[in-house]
Structure formats: structure tokens, C-alpha cells
Design a protein around this ligand. Structure first.
Ligand code: FAD
Ligand code: FES
Ligand code: FES
Length: 1341
């Protein structure tokens, strides 16, 4: 032990106690100190409602609410949300935790937040729902009540991949103090029983009561929740095995512990422990010191300066900053810091994370673009650093702090001085998405100005940046240059920009943005600051460049026909599982309780893409206590391939001699505990030889000849498609263009990762897993184990999102679990961690489309040739480019057409289908061509689209786009008027641009003959209730709700009598995958036929005035079979049909940074007679937001030499958040629509809308084109997707010499050489359009 007087306790003396949902848990020695709260909640407290995915604070599904002693107010407690994946359970000693289970359940009733989310159709797969609710609940408890603005701000760290966020925001806003009337009324309409008025206060229920108030009998069950047992922080020290956990309560004791530490001991000091989300733990540690109870570290003092203790959370600091800015002269600038810190991480991280912890991350990892460091540096803060040997503190500047040795030192606090009014402080954070993202570059400027003398700079300014390189802090030369010079002088500004350009030298790392972009941002952000300071002294056209894009509150509208005559089919009821999803009662694979013999597997992944495995040594992993076995290809009794029907090429479960991609599983570590398995898997030693540089892109693969004509997966044929005589037409046509479009990949990011649980049983194995295709799971498992299919039973209750991720890639996980279960003769569970999931699984196929197009003066295409290539990854099992000939024609008529579909192989994980695979890329290709033509002819792209519209339709079809949808949409958004307004806006603003675009869609839906599903409907004689099992999979798309509605309608009984059971390989034997928007349609159809058959039988015995239950009993007594099985591939199989839709989208772009806002998106889609309008609207909105993410922020990066995917975390991979959705999201289901070929007149909605999401690119193109025109470049430009903030800004061709203060008419005469201004040239994007190109030069290779 060390010197000191801290209590030398052992576990249990005093006991470490955590209260969860008012129940006390003692944390015993069986719980290792690194155990996270989420694992404790799920594994020990057996509360599976709290989920996890990223385990790094980036997704929010693990959110719970903590009530803990408030160090700022003795005796009081504080309540807030936190990420249970980041909080260690030992840190929670004495705290009271609430999980979703505490809010409500099916026995005791539901909380108003749960009811609201249900009532607003805010769940699809439901995996994010408990986390969403807990985040909101924590904020409500913390603030007492919330406004609509609070609601949006609260959800900045909670991801949802299904819904598109709009219904979630609406649900929670309906409980806000300023809830819009239409939201309040909507909820009440849906279910009066929700009783949203508080019977005690008479006010709108806020979902939570202040202590002591509220009605004790309130059904919203909020009373008593503030009465959790909280114990005051006690110091303790516990020894668990070889690890010691310390919790000192005073600085003296902390110093003593640090002093007594042996320098060899690996220690982790913990405040909020959120830093783990950014830089992963250097596991294992021998000692943990929780400093969160050291009372001196919570000091808050405001006199001539503001002093804040080191353990204050970011949230508490923001509150202090706002208070000081509002109330204390000299501290107005803290409002700037508060705004900036609100963009640090997300609400739950800010609730737990301390500013000092953030600075230590920067200290230990100088490359970290810390916003806290940057802003405090700009504000001139000083730190007090305490030394444990001397027990004294020293005051240091932030740059000195970075150089200090911090071993045995503690940050004690910071001091912020007042700042005179004439000092301008401005900070920026430029990020790949709106919130919860690290900065490409952040910047802080501090300029003391004399406005009366040309805005003379009267003190050396601070010009600081983060995200440049590990050593860079500020531009000293530029600062010195500016001293005593006038900002209003354009020459001074340009010279300063030049100096900034010279001083800012970014490093180049694959995960970072382009160094040129980062230098340019450093310049544009300084320019923005100067524009803002000068205000009206700069030309009006330039002024908006000084502003940032401010996002107003978002809203949405949904318009649809009620079609009451067929209810419950067509009735907008909430999804039938939504209440259990919102209460955490819905069971997902990883929630199935563990059996006593159960063990866990974690994959050992290859570190190279192309290499031979020389030797594998699992010994270091096997030496870890709790590790049981290493499983590899030699343990596979059957075939080492997890592919059965989902492809014809072998894709191994475990690599054998060589590896095929970086991240490929080589083996599996099996351990008693998941955490141990994951940690031990990293210890397996692998020796490689023959390491080669991998092929990672389509272009490289084409150059190496690694391509083939892609097969049509339905016909199995691989051929070019030819229509008319392209070559003759192309020769004759007046205008010719060539071009290309690169479309990037997309990770599905289902909130539930790939998981499997394989249970050995007497005659085989029970498999519970996250599959979209149980039949393939059954076949693949049988193949791997070398046993008959009838010995494998697959069962799926629901999955937490699919989007194609769980069709074929699932089986690598279930196959490995099966092999391990056989080897160990025990139940094996694998629940992939996000990093492994992203590395192992293939993503959406990247695409490269090249085209030659000939057209007339109106833009009408006469000849079109497209070579469309997809990247299959290492094997061509799930290729979509072979079936795109129809999709490429979208809603257009091309007289001559050649489509050459190719698939390349690269040294990456085998890619796979992702929501609307191929069709999305095909439509984007064609729409890109329409844009190209329009730019060339200088026509409105919509006119070009209309000129090409399909006229030759089948006998019963009409062009619904031309006749109905486009007129509705154009009128709704006032297209012509908005176009003119946007043109005027763009003319009046050099640095702010808008763009508006409309895309049309024809999505032909034909049921492929292989898509068949087994259906079983049973009626129970006991009470007439009905149960259904179908071969489809509920993954959020509402298949169960739709089939229940159809059954209730067909049997003419109340919906409450119908329930839908888990899918399995008995009732649903031989069923096809649920995907491609086919599942809901065909299963609903099958249920309708099955129910009709039963009802036909029953009708023979029906009497007047007889209840349903009486009829059922009578039928039973007459030996009539009350069950029906149906196979959907019979003659009643519905035909295919056309889905028509169009979407418009308006963006506003900040040219100087590349950041943009989607101001509005309107979609009109023909869903026929929707079976459930809100389920369909949910599909449409979810598709749109997923597609917007794909085309903008979701970017993959690889390490060039190893082929390692770098973007395998929420820190690097950015899917849209609630702040990235359109500010206005309006959905209209086409009125008076029908469908003679669909189920009860309906049409599918799962995928089509995603085909329209390229509209975000076409709208951005318009805004970018305007910026380029101002920069002197007009005409076509090629752009690659994802169109990231970084790429957008580079495409705008911004150059430092354009950063003037007055428009060209008012421009000063500059007195320095022009070449001085050529500081950073943005990359020139080659312009491929040319009328003069010859036929040969246009030819595709
Ligand atoms: C999802 C996510 C997003 C984020 N986004 C951003 C962002 O956009 N911008 C940004 O700037 N940051 C961001 N962060 C970082 C976040 O601000 C920090 O994780 C947090 O502030 C760290 O505080 P903590 O109390 O949790 O530190 P801990 O994780 O507890 O500690 C971090 C380190 O600091 C040490 N430490 C803590 N307190 C002291 C002390 N008083 N004296 C000496 N050493 C100490 C610890 O030993 C440890 O080494 C993000 C984090 C996450 C998880
Ligand atoms: S699992 Fe905790 S935030 Fe993602
Ligand atoms: S409902 Fe949000 S992730 Fe599925």
C-alpha cells in the first residue's frame, strides 16, 4: 500500500452499493473494476432494456439516467443522462441509476415519454428507442421542463438509422412547454387515454414532477422517481484481484495516493471516463483512481476572474459561462465559449465529461483537435496544476501545460480573466456533420480593435487553430503583422491571410481532411471573423460571409388519404410492437437471457489485406483468466464457407493460408465473459509473410483487369444490354457529352450489431440470430457443421435494423458461433463490437459510372451508353450492377441505349446489398446525366427531365409523374417562384448560396419468382384470438403491423385479437430473404389469402347475430380446421407494379466552409392505398435520411498499405443526426391512389425513396455552381460522392485572393503583387464536358 490515510477497505467493507431502479446492488469482487455500467445493468441486474452498440459515447443507445450527489451543493443531488457504456460501475458507488425499465411497462402502464414515442410512430426497429427516451427523460428531470429547442438539443448524441428522426422529435416536442398545438392535438387524437393534462396542476404533463408535487395516482408514473437512495460520497479503496480502485474525497488524499504510487504501476485516473470514447484504454491497469469525489476539484468562484474546478463537467461550465456572460461585465465573451462548448461531443458526454479530462486528452494526444483547449486558449485561461510531491499548485498558460510532465500531477482548476468590450472573440468548429463530430479544423480569434481608427488592431491578436498538426497552436507571424494595422484595409487582410497560409502547415494522415482544405479553412475562418467585425463596412454582397449557418427548429408535415372504409387496413395505427420497444421489453437476440453454460466469442481479425498467415499463436490470449478456447478453420467439420444460396463463391468463416481482406476473421476467442473475449482476442499473435499492397478502389481494379461483366442475379446471365442503334444515333446527334460519377460506399450501421446465439440441443442446434433470411442461416449453418438442415432450428423475434446488412454477412457470425458451440459443447454467443462489425462485414458496393450521351437542343436524349461498375469486394457474391438496365432508364425514354454492367473485385471485405442497392446508384447515374445535359444547354434541369419523360407505358399505366406528382410538387413548393428567389439570393451573396432541385422516380416493382414466404395463421378455439407466423422478418419496416391489420380486416375482427409470433424455420420453412421491399407486400398478401381460406370455411357455419368467439367455437366443434398454411408462390401471387415519386430539396451553403443546411425536402410518393400511412411515411423518411447520409457525410477511408478500414467507429464514421435532417420535411402520399396489383391496393415503400436521395447532390451542385461562377468558372464539373463538407468547399474554388472586403465595383486598388495572394490553390477538378470531343475520344473503355 501507499503512504496516506485513505480507508483501506476491501470489497464489501464498506460495500460498494449502486441503486438501480430503486433496487440496491452490491458490487462484489466478482465484478472487475473495468466493468462498465451497461454490462453491470445487463449482466448482473438482468435489465436488458438498455442496449449498446458503439461503447464509445457515439450512438446513445446505452443512455440511462443517474441521480448522484451534487458536489456543488452539499446535501443536494443532481440528475442527468449518461452513457452507461462509458461509465464504470465502481464510479457509481452511492448513485441511483434509472433504466428504461423504471419508466413503465406492460403491467404497470407506460410513461408519457413512452406513450408519446409510440403515439407519434417514433419507432421502427426500436433498438434506439430506450436510449432516446432515457436521454429525454434525463433532460426533463434535470431541467424540470423542456422547450422544443431543448428537445432538439438533447438528442444530439442519439442515433437512429430507421426513422429519419422527425417523428421522434415530434413525439418529444409534444411534451414540451411550448408544444405546437398540432402536436398536442395529434397525440390526443391518437389515444385520448394518454391523459396528457396533469390532474394535480392542470398543466400539460411534462413527463416528470418536481419533488413533492404531482398527483400520487398519476398514470404517467412519475411520482417517486426523485426519491432514489443517494449516499454521500465516501472515500474507499478496494482491491479486486490484482487491481486497486481508489476513491479519495479530498485533494490531500488524492495527493497521498499519487505520492505512494510505485512508478511501475499502470494507473488510470478517472473523472467522467468519457475520454475512452476518443482514445481507447490502454488495458489492463493495476490501479484506478476516481477523482470525481474530490471536493476541491469542484470549486466555482467568480470575482475579478472566474475560477472553475477541474472536475466540473462541460455542462456545468456551459451554465457558468452563460450566467457570467449575462450578469457580469467583462465576461460577455463567455457566451461565445458556451455556444462552442454546446457543440463539443453530445449531451450525455457533456453531462459526465470534465473540461480537465478533455485537456488531458489533448496533453496526451497532441493531435486531438480539442475544442476545450482551443477556446480556453483563445480566452486567455490559465490552469492551476497541483503536484502530489510538493502538494502545491502552479499557475500556467495552456501552451506551457502541454509541455509539462503530468505524471503525479493533477489539474486543479482554471481561471478565466475578464476581457474588455473592444476585444472581439470568435471561435469556429467546422465538422463533417452538424453535431457530435470532431472538427476538421477549429479556430479561435481574439482581436483588440479600435473601431474609430479603421478597426486598427491594438494588441497582438490570437489566431489559434486546432486540427492542423500535433504541434501547432497559433499563427504568431500573422498576429504580429496585424498589430497596429487596420482590418478595414483589404491589403492588410490579404497579407494576413497570406501569412496564415504560410504558418498553417497541416499534417497528412489518411483519416484527416485534405491539408489544402485545412489551410484554406484557417484562412476563410479568419476572413469570416474580419467580415463580422467590420459589419456594414464591407459590401452587402460579402456580408453574409461573416455569418454562420444557424439552424431553426425543424418541423414536418404528413399528408395522406384516410381511406376509413377499409380500416384497420389503411388505419394509421402505431406499430403493434412499439410500446414494448419503448419500454425495453422488446427482446432482441442479445437480450435473450444467458443459459448457465453460456460462453462468448470474439473474432481475431487480420491486420493485412493481402498476406500469407505464417503462424498463429493464441497462447497470450489463452493465458487470460476466463478464456476457454481458440477456434479456427481447423475446427470446422463441414465446409469453410458461410455462403449457401446468397452467392456462388466461397467466403470463408475463418481465413486459412492467406487473408483476403484486412479485418477478415482468422479465429475466434471463446471466454466466459464477452468483455474478456473481446480484450483477449486482441492478444492473439499472428505472423504474416508475403505482404502485398492491396487493391482498394474500382479504378485500381479496372487498371489491373480485375473486372467481369456482372451477372443479373435473377437470370444468372452476364451481358451488355442494347436497345436501338446507339452508334448510329450517337454519330448523328447534335450534342455529345462524356462524363462519370463516382458513388461511395455506405455502412449499414444497424443499431443492433450482427449477433448470434447457438444452443446445442439433443438433435442439433437452436440458432437465434440477427438474420434477415432464416433459410440461408439454416443452410449455411448446416453446411458449415456438415449436418442436415432439419437439425438446425432458426428463430428470429425481431432484428434491430437490417437494410441488407443481415442478409448474407450475418452468417459469418452464426457460422462461427455454431463451430464454437460444437467444439465446446456449450451455448456460444457472439455479439460483435462495432469496430469488428464494420471491419468484418462488407458495406454497400461503391460504384463508378461512365457515360456517353447524345441529345438534341431540348435536352432529349437520343443515344446513351453507360458503363456501370460496382465494387464487389474480394468476391462477387452480392453484386447489384447486373440488374440495373431498367433502373438506369428511371422514368425516361431513351431511343438507343447500351448498358455495360461490370463488377470488379478488390482486396476488401465482400460488399453486400444495402437498402435499395444498385437502383439508387443507377438512378443517380441517370440523374447526373440529366444535370450534365442541362448545364451544357443552360436549361433548367427539370425541363430536361420533362423532355425525356416516358410516354410509352403499358395498357393500364399512365405517367403518374407527369399527370399528378410533378404538378402537385411544383405547386406545393412554388418551384418557379423559389427558383427566381434563389437566383436573386445567389446574386446578392458572394459567400452564401442556395440550390433547389427536383428529381422524379419510376420504381418498377416486380416480384422475383424466388421470393416466396411461408405463412401460418391459427385461430385459437379458446377465445377466438389469432396468431400468425410468417417467413418474413420484422426489422422495423412494420411487416408485423401490416400483416396483423390485413388479418383483422380479412377476418373482420378487432385488431387486438391478432398477434404475430417470431419467425422460424418451421412455419416459415424455405422462405426467402426479407428485403427489396418485397417482404411486407408478399407476407401481407399471404396472410390475406390464408385468412380468406379460413373465413370461407367458417362462413358455411355462420349464423346471424353470432359473435366471432361463438362462430369459432362452433367451427371447432364441427371439426373445422381453424389453421391455414399458405405458400406465397401460388397463382394468387400479385403481379408487379410501378411506384412513382418525386422529391424536391433546397440547400443553403456557407461557401467559405463548405457547411450547408438542408432547408427543406418535399416528397410526393404514390403508395397506392397505404396499408398503414404512418408506417409507410416512416419508411419514406427513414430512406431519405439514410440516403442523404450516404451522399454527404458517410465516408470510408482506408490505410493504403495494409488495406485497413480506418472509419470503423462513430468517431470517424458519420451517419446523419437529428440536426442533419431537413429543417422542413414534408411527405405527401399521393391522394386518390390505388394499385390493382398490390395487396388491398397498396404499394411498397421500403426502398423507393432512397432512389431519390441523389437530390441532395443535385441541389448542392446548383449552390456550388453559383459559387464557382462567382469565382470565374462556369460549366460542368465532376463531383464524387459522398459530397462531404470538405469536398463541397473545394469544389467552390475558393481562393485567398477572392477574400476581399468590397465587391469588385467597390474594390480597393491593391498594392502588393498578385502572386502574393496565390496561397493555396484548391485542386482543379477536370472538366470533362466538351462538345468538340470526337466519337473516339468519347468512347468508354
Ligand atoms: C462521443 C464523443 C465525442 C466527443 N467530441 C468532442 C469534440 O467534439 N470536441 C472535443 O474537444 N472533445 C470531444 N470529446 C472529448 C470529451 O470532451 C472528453 O471525453 C471529456 O471532456 C473528458 O472528460 P472526462 O472527465 O470524461 O475525462 P476522463 O475520461 O475521465 O479522463 C481523460 C484523461 O484525463 C485525465 N484526467 C481527468 N481529470 C484530470 C485531472 N483533473 N488532472 C489530471 N488528469 C486528469 C484522466 O486520467 C485521463 O487520462 C468527445 C468525447 C466523446 C466520447
Ligand atoms: S453504446 Fe454507449 S453511446 Fe454507443
Ligand atoms: S428505430 Fe431507431 S434505429 Fe431503428
Amino acid at each position: 500500500m501507499m503512504e496516506g490515510d485513505i480507508t483501506d477497505g476491501s470489497v464489501g467493507d464498506p460495500p460498494i452499493v449502486v441503486t438501480i431502479n430503486n433496487k440496491t446492488y452490491t458490487v462484489g469482487p466478482e465484478v472487475p473494476p473495468w466493468t462498465t455500467l451497461v454490462d453491470f445493468i445487463r449482466e448482473r441486474a438482468k435489465l436488458p432494456g438498455t442496449k449498446y452498440l458503439c461503447r464509445e459515447g457515439g450512438c446513445g443507445v446505452c443512455t440511462v439516467v443517474a441521480t448522484r450527489p451534487d458536489p456543488l451543493t452539499p446535501g443536494a443531488s443532481t440528475t442527468h443522462s449518461l452513457h452507461s457504456c462509458q461509465t464504470l460501475v465502481y464510479s457509481c458507488a452511492g448513485w441511483s441509476i434509472e433504466t428504461i425499465e423504471n419508466l413503465g411497462n406492460r403491467y404497470d402502464g407506460y410513461h408519457s415519454l413512452q406513450k408519446a414515442l409510440t403515439g407519434f410512430y417514433g419507432t421502427q426497429c426500436g433498438y434506439c428507442s430506450p436510449g432516446m427516451i432515457m436521454a429525454m427523460y434525463g433532460q426533463m428531470k434535470s431541467l424540470g421542463s423542456v422547450s422544443s429547442e431543448d428537445v432538439e438539443a438533447t438528442l444530439d448524441g442519439n442515433l437512429c438509422r430507421c426513422t429519419g428522426y422527425r417523428p421522434i422529435l415530434d413525439a418529444f416536442k409534444s411534451l414540451a412547454t411550448d408544444a405546437p398545438e398540432h402536436l398536442k392535438n395529434k397525440l390526443v387524437d391518437i389515444e385520448d387515454a394518454y391523459k396528457n393534462k396533469c390532474s394535480s396542476t392542470g398543466n400539460w404533463c411534462k413527463g416528470v414532477c418536481k419533488p413533492g408535487s404531482g398527483d400520487k395516482n398519476c398514470s404517467n408514473k412519475v411520482n417517486g422517481l426523485n426519491k432514489q437512495a443517494i449516499t454521500v460520497p465516501e472515500e474507499f479503496m478496494v482491491t479486486v484481484g490484482a487491481v486497486i480502485w481508489y476513491r479519495p474525497t479530498s485533494l490531500e488524499k488524492l495527493y497521498n495516493i499519487l505520492r505512494g504510487m510505485n512508478p511501475q504501476v499502470k494507473v488510470k485516473m478517472i473523472a467522467g471516463n468519457t475520454g475512452e470514447g476518443v482514445y481507447k484504454s490502454d488495458f489492463p491497469y493495476s490501479a484506478y483512481i476516481s477523482i470525481a469525489s474530490v471536493i476541491e476539484l469542484y470549486n466555482v468562484q467568480a470575482d475579478s476572474s472566474l475560477s472553475l474546478g477541474a472536475c466540473l463537467t462541460l455542462r456545468r461550465c456551459i451554465e457558468a459561462f452563460e450566467h457570467m456572460a449575462d450578469n457580469t461585465p467583462g465576461f460577455q465573451h463567455l457566451a461565445v465559449l458556451a455556444e462552442h462548448w454546446k457543440k463539443v461531443a453530445n449531451t450525455s458526454v457533456r453531462n459526465m465529461g470534465s473540461w480537465a479530462g478533455n485537456l488531458m486528452l489533448k496533453h496526451n494526444n497532441p493531435e486531438f483537435p480539442s475544442d476545450v483547449f482551443l477556446t480556453l486558449y483563445t480566452a486567455g485561461a490559465k490552469l492551476t496544476i497541483g503536484n502530489s510531491d510538493t502538494k502545491t499548485g502552479v499557475s500556467v498558460t495552456l501552451d506551457t501545460f502541454l509541455q509539462m510532465e503530468m505524471n503525479k500531477n493533477v489539474i486543479l482548476g482554471m481561471t478565466l480573466p475578464p476581457i474588455p468590450r473592444n476585444v472581439h472573440i470568435r471561435t469556429f468548429k467546422i465538422t463533417p456533420r452538424s453535431v457530435n463530430a470532431h472538427a476538421y479544423v477549429n479556430a479561435g480569434f481574439r482581436l483588440k480593435i479600435n473601431p474609430k481608427n479603421g478597426f486598427q488592431v491594438i494588441e497582438v491578436p490570437t489566431i489559434a487553430y486546432g486540427g492542423i498538426n500535433p504541434n501547432f497552436i497559433q499563427c504568431e507571424k500573422a498576429g504580429k503583422y496585424l498589430l497596429n494595422r487596420k482590418l478595414s484595409d483589404s491589403t492588410v487582410l490579404l497579407k494576413a491571410l497570406k501569412l496564415i497560409g504560410q504558418e498553417v502547415v497541416p499534417n497528412s494522415e489518411p483519416q484527416l481532411a485534405d491539408p489544402k482544405y485545412r489551410t484554406l479553412l484557417a484562412q476563410t475562418l479568419f476572413y469570416k471573423t474580419v467580415i463580422k467585425i467590420l459589419g456594414k463596412r464591407v459590401s452587402a454582397i460579402i456580408r453574409s460571409g461573416g455569418l454562420t449557418l444557424d439552424r431553426p427548429l425543424s418541423s414536418g408535415s404528413q399528408v395522406f388519404d384516410m381511406n376509413k372504409e377499409t380500416w384497420p387496413v389503411g388505419e394509421p395505427i402505431p406499430k403493434i410492437e412499439s410500446t414494448v420497444q419503448c419500454s425495453g421489453e422488446a427482446e432482441y437476440v442479445n437480450d435473450i437471457p444467458a443459459s448457465p453454460d453460456e460462453v462468448h466469442g470474439a473474432f481475431v481479425l487480420s491486420q493485412y489485406a493481402c498476406a500469407t498467415i505464417k503462424h498463429v499463436d493464441p497462447a497470450p490470449a489463452l493465458a487470460v483468466p476466463g478464456v476457454l478456447s481458440y477456434v479456427s478453420s481447423s475446427d470446422i467439420p463441414g465446409k469453410n464457407s458461410f455462403v449457401a444460396k446468397a452467392g456462388k463463391f466461397v467466403d470463408p468463416i475463418f481465413a486459412e493460408e492467406g487473408v483476403l481482406y484486412c479485418g477478415q476473421p482468422i479465429g475466434l476467442i471463446v471466454a466466459e465473459d464477452r468483455d474478456i473475449a473481446v480484450k483477449a482476442a486482441k492478444l492473439v499473435q499472428i505472423e504474416y509473410s508475403d505482404i502485398e499492397t492491396p487493391v482498394l478502389t474500382i479504378q485500381e481494379a479496372l487498371e489491373k483487369g480485375r473486372y467481369e461483366l456482372a451477372e443479373d442475379w435473377q437470370t444468372g446471365e452476364a451481358e451488355e444490354f442494347t436497345k436501338g442503334n446507339f452508334y448510329a444515333k450517337f454519330r448523328e446527334t447534335k450534342h455529345k457529352l462524356v462524363g462519370q460519377l463516382v458513388q461511395g460506399t455506405q455502412f449499414h450501421l444497424t443499431m443492433e450489431p450482427l449477433s448470434a446465439r447457438v444452443v446445442p440441443i439433443e438433435d442439433g442446434y437452436d440458432v437465434f440470430c440477427t438474420t434477415q433470411w432464416p433459410t440461408e442461416t439454416q443452410e449455411s449453418t448446416a453446411q458449415v457443421l456438415g449436418i442436415p438442415a432439419h437439425r438446425i432450428n432458426v428463430s428470429v423475434r425481431r432484428i434491430g435494423g437490417g437494410y441488407g446488412a443481415k442478409i448474407s454477412r450475418q452468417h459469418i457470425v452464426s457460422g462461427a458461433a455454431a463451430v464454437a458451440a460444437r467444439k465446446l459443447k456449450r451455448t456460444v454467443r457472439i455479439n460483435l463490437d462495432l469496430h469488428a462489425n464494420m471491419a468484418i462485414a462488407g458495406w454497400r458496393e461503391p460504384y463508378l459510372s461512365k457515360y456517353e450521351v447524345g441529345f438534341d437542343d431540348t435536352g432529349r436524349v437520343e443515344a446513351l451508353k453507360i458503363e456501370i461498375t460496382s465494387d464487389a469486394g474480394h468476391c462477387r457474391n452480392n453484386v447489384s450492377s447486373g440488374w440495373l438496365r431498367g433502373r438506369l432508364q428511371n422514368c425516361y425514354e431513351f431511343p438507343s441505349l447500351i448498358v455495360r454492367p461490370l463488377a470488379v473485385t478488390t482486396d476488401t471485405a465482400a460488399n453486400t446489398w444495402c437498402r435499395a442497392p444498385g437502383s439508387t446508384e443507377a438512378v443517380a447515374t441517370t440523374e447526373n446525366i440529366m444535370e450534365h445535359i442541362a448545364t451544357y444547354l443552360q436549361l433548367d434541369p427539370l425541363e430536361v427531365r420533362k423532355a425525356n419523360m416516358l410516354t410509352m407505358l403499358g395498357p393500364v399505366e399512365r405517367n403518374v409523374l407527369v399527370e399528378d406528382i410533378l404538378p402537385i410538387l411544383e405547386k406545393k413548393i412554388m418551384y418557379q417562384q423559389r427558383k427566381q428567389e434563389i437566383a436573386s439570393f445567389n446574386k446578392a451573396n458572394r459567400w452564401r448560396k442556395k440550390g433547389l432541385s427536383i428529381l422524379p422516380l419510376l420504381y418498377p416493382l416486380h416480384y422475383p419468382s424466388s421470393f416466396r414466404y411461408g405463412i401460418q395463421v391459427v385461430i385459437y378455439e379458446h377465445d377466438g384470438t389469432v396468431a400468425i407466423s410468417h417467413g418474413g422478418i420484422e426489422m422495423g419496416q412494420g411487416i408485423n403491423t401490416k400483416v396483423a391489420q390485413v388479418a383483422a380486416h380479412t377476418l373482420n375482427i378487432p385488431l387486438e385479437l391478432v398477434t404475430v409470433k417470431a419467425s422460424n424455420t418451421m412455419a416459415g420453412a424455405n422462405s426467402k430473404v426479407t428485403g427489396g421491399s418485397y417482404g411486407s407486400d408478399l407476407c401481407a398478401h399471404g396472410v390475406k389469402v390464408a385468412c380468406s381460406k379460413i373465413i370461407d370455411r367458417m362462413t358455411t357455419l355462420k349464423e346471424d347475430e353470432q359473435t366471432w368467439q361463438e362462430l369459432v367455437k362452433k367451427c371447432h366443434s364441427h371439426d373445422l380446421d381453424l389453421c391455414e398454411r399458405y405458400w406465397t408462390a401460388s397463382r394468387e401471387h400479385p403481379d408487379g407494379y410501378s411506384i412513382w415519386a418525386a422529391a424536391s430539396l433546397e440547400v443553403e451553403l456557407d461557401v467559405l466552409t463548405g457547411q450547408y443546411l438542408i432547408q427543406s425536402c418535399d416528397i410526393v410518393e404514390d403508395c397506392g392505398r397505404s396499408m398503414n400511412p404512418y408506417v409507410d411515411i416512416g419508411q419514406i423518411e427513414g430512406s431519405l435520411i439514410m440516403g442523404f447520409g450516404m451522399y454527404t457525410s458517410e465516408e470510408v477511408k482506408f490505410e493504403h498499405d495494409t488495406g485497413k478500414k480506418i472509419s470503423t467507429s462513430t468517431w470517424e464514421y458519420k451517419v446523419p443526426t437529428a440536426f442533419d435532417i431537413p429543417v422542413k420535411m414534408n411527405v405527401t402520399l399521393l391522394p386518390n391512389a390505388n394499385n390493382p396489383f398490390g395487396v388491398l391496393g397498396s404499394k411498397a415503400t421500403g426502398e423507393p425513396a432512397l432512389n431519390l436521395t441523389f437530390v441532395v447532390v443535385t441541389a448542392l451542385r446548383e449552390a456550388i455552381a453559383s459559387a464557382r461562377a462567382d469565382a470565374g468558372t462556369t460549366g460542368w464539373f465532376t463531383l464524387d460522392t459522398p459530397l462531404t463538407v470538405e469536398k463541397i468547399q473545394q469544389l467552390c474554388l475558393v481562393k485567398p485572393r477572392q477574400m476581399v472586403l468590397r465587391s469588385s465595383e467597390e474594390q480597393d486598388t491593391l498594392d502588393i503583387e498578385d502572386e502574393d495572394f496565390v496561397l493555396v490553390e484548391t485542386q482543379q477538378i477536370p472538366d470533362v464536358s466538351s462538345e468538340s470531343q470526337t466519337e473516339d475520344s468519347c468512347r468508354l473503355t
